[in-house]
Design a binder for this molecule. Structure first.
Ligand SMILES: [Zn+2]
Length: 305
């Protein structure tokens, strides 16, 4: 009992008083590092883009591909001279051979049918020196399990583990894994579901209608999962808060590098933030750089940033 009290007080003291150590968490690689390296004339192919995988302004041109034209309806305005929305399938990419400098597959690969064919098409359209970014959920993790339960599968057609997937991509696309990063979750889909219930949409499944009777419980569950998973990961060394991985492939050589994950992820929009990059208006909270909502601030632990 005494040790538990000491453990609890120790964590609280470190969380409240110890300053962040810029020497340990000063920098982390993410997709914006690659987007910033794009030059005029470069082409980015965003497969399964929906409204757009990232809010970015880059020098290259973007082809945002999605099978469902309805996914473009609520997309923000973009410069039509450099951002092109295209309806098409991942396993029949409507682009020429060796036409893409960077392919982005941001939480879309698990939704695509015919994985081998999709990867084969990526190999065809990627330039010989092109790069490939893939972010997928851990198909055996807590976040994906909750998602699959709430949305009764949620359209996830594939269930991935990191190393087998990375090996499959390397063999099929002809690239090598250069870097990878764990992605922490904010269980933001529960927030989106809670907001959706306020509009009382038609055509929901029986399970969603039942869950929708208690929208406050969805919000409460998100907070419990968010904070509880991070506390468990900090104290027990688990990965309950990790949603999946970001995988970065190129045509170089050498062993892959693991980059520090961002443990602060917006409860509203799901964007991850480096702990030293966020504005913290009050102790214990930070403001999301994407949607401006205030979130609880979690001190980085283990190798997180
Ligand atoms: Zn946000």
């Amino acid at each position: 009992m005494l040790s538990r009290v000491r453990l609890g007080l120790g964590i609280r003291r470190r969380m409240v008083k110890a300053p962040l150590d810029p020497a340990r968490i000063a920098w982390s690689f993410d997709i914006y590092s690659w987007l910033a390296e794009l030059e005029a004339g470069h082409w980015v192919l965003d497969i399964g883009s929906g409204e757009g995988s990232f809010q970015w302004a880059c020098l290259g041109c973007v082809a945002a591909l999605d099978e469902d034209p309805k996914s473009f309806r609520n997309a923000p305005d973009r410069d039509p001279s450099s951002y092109h929305r295209v309806c098409g399938r991942g396993d029949r990419l409507p682009f020429g051979d060796h036409s893409s400098d960077l392919i982005i597959c941001h939480h879309s690969l698990e939704h695509l049918d015919g994985l081998e064919r999709v990867l084969g098409e990526m190999a065809r359209v990627l330039k010989p020196d092109g790069r490939l970014y893939v972010a997928v959920p851990n198909g055996y993790g807590l976040c994906d399990a909750v998602y699959r339960f709430v949305f009764e599968g949620g359209g996830h057609l594939s269930r991935f583990a990191r190393e087998p997937l990375a090996g499959m991509i390397e063999r099929t696309v002809g690239v090598r894994l250069a870097r990878w990063q764990k992605l922490y979750s904010s269980f933001a889909y529960l927030r989106r579901l809670m907001n959706l219930m306020a509009t009382r949409p038609a055509g929901l499944s029986r399970r969603l209608r039942r869950l929708g009777r208690f929208p406050w419980a969805l919000g409460a569950a998100q907070w419990v999962l968010y904070l509880g998973s991070r506390l468990a990961d900090r104290v027990l060394g688990t990965d309950f808060g990790v949603y999946g991985w970001a995988l970065y492939f190129d045509h170089g050589s050498g062993a892959p590098v693991e980059d520090p994950p961002y443990v602060n992820v917006c409860l509203n929009c799901g964007a991850g933030h480096h702990a030293l990059s966020v504005h913290r208006p009050y102790p214990g909270v930070y403001r999301c750089k994407i949607c401006d909502r205030v979130n609880p601030f979690v001190r980085p632990f283990r190798n997180s940033a």
